[in-house]
Ligand binder design. Structure first.
Ligand code: GTP
Ligand code: MG
Length: 260
């Protein structure tokens, strides 16, 4: 049942929006039972290949961007005393969520509509240890020649009413396919470990269905308070790290002067 629905969704997804979805409306329909396996597979390919190609392009864009952050992490860690990036989590939106978002935005369900309008199909989340690492890495990332910054939302300086903090970037970056260069949108979310911990817990509350409204309100308030405490913790940890770094530098300077 679900598979049939998926096939139907994919058919709609690849249909030319100006043409009727079922172009063979006036012809007698061929049922799956009447089709040979070869015909059925051919039809499946025709329906799914454009979607599969699209999702593969986004997967490639995710890999390109991940590589950029991994390289920055290696290079910056050679200069500093720690790895600025703790971890990277990536995902490509599944096609059911893509279709739901197109529908929500009253957009046609076509590959072109996705490529032109949805900027968060490819998502890369970069988790840093400290807040200053986020801005340092952001600066290096957006200054790269093949990264074009489209949108920037700083929810660290301006947290959401929920308490949510993160730095969001929408960038355009090329992938190199067998047919040449193709620019792709990628959403990058940058946050500290504390921000990520908070966001995953809050996400659970956000998507929990059938929760008593009073309980939900109380938990949202508690989470907002947690967000403020976690922001203070991020600042305190940064101050401690800076103190350690200053003392370390002072010791090194003394060592060098002893040698000369
Ligand atoms: P979307 O249509 O959801 O993509 O919203 P938008 O385009 O206005 O983007 P926005 O910057 O608000 O956030 C996009 C993403 O950030 C979401 O899909 C979440 O991953 C994350 N996010 C934003 N706000 C919150 C929040 O309050 N709590 C949590 N847990 N995540 C959030
Ligand atoms: Mg989104």
């Amino acid at each position: 049942m679900k598979a049939d629905k998926n096939i139907e969704n994919a058919k709609n997804f690849t249909a030319d929006n100006n043409a009727p979805v079922d172009s063979a409306q006036n012809e007698p329909k061929t049922t799956e039972a009447q089709m040979s396996v070869d015909q059925y597979l051919e039809q499946l390919h025709a329906d799914f290949d454009p979607v599969y190609n699209l999702l593969t392009d986004y997967q490639c864009a995710v890999m390109e961007v991940e590589t950029k952050f991994n390289i920055l992490n290696s290079r910056l860690s050679m200069q500093g005393e720690h790895n600025p990036i703790e971890s990277i989590k990536s995902r490509v939106k599944d096609y059911e969520s893509i279709i739901r978002k197109l529908e929500k935005l009253h957009l046609p369900i076509t590959v072109e509509a996705v490529e032109e309008n949805l900027m968060d199909v490819a998502g890369v989340r970069v988790i840093c240890s400290f807040i200053d690492d986020i801005y340092r890495i952001e600066k290096c990332f957006v200054s790269q020649e093949d990264v074009t910054l489209i949108m920037r939302k700083d929810y660290i300086q301006n947290p959401k009413p929920s308490g949510y903090r993160s730095l969001h970037l929408i960038v355009k970056t090329p992938i190199y396919t067998e047919n040449g260069k193709k620019d792709m949108y990628v959403e990058v979310q940058m946050r500290t470990i504390a921000m990520d911990f908070w966001a995953s817990l809050e996400h659970k509350l956000r998507y929990k269905k059938n929760l008593n409204p009073d309980t939900a309100e109380q938990l949202a308030k508690e989470l907002e308070a947690c967000a403020q405490e976690s922001a203070k913790l991020d600042e305190k940890m940064l101050r401690i790290r800076n103190r350690i770094a200053e003392d370390g530098a002072a010791v090194r300077i003394k060592d060098i002067s002893a040698l000369t």
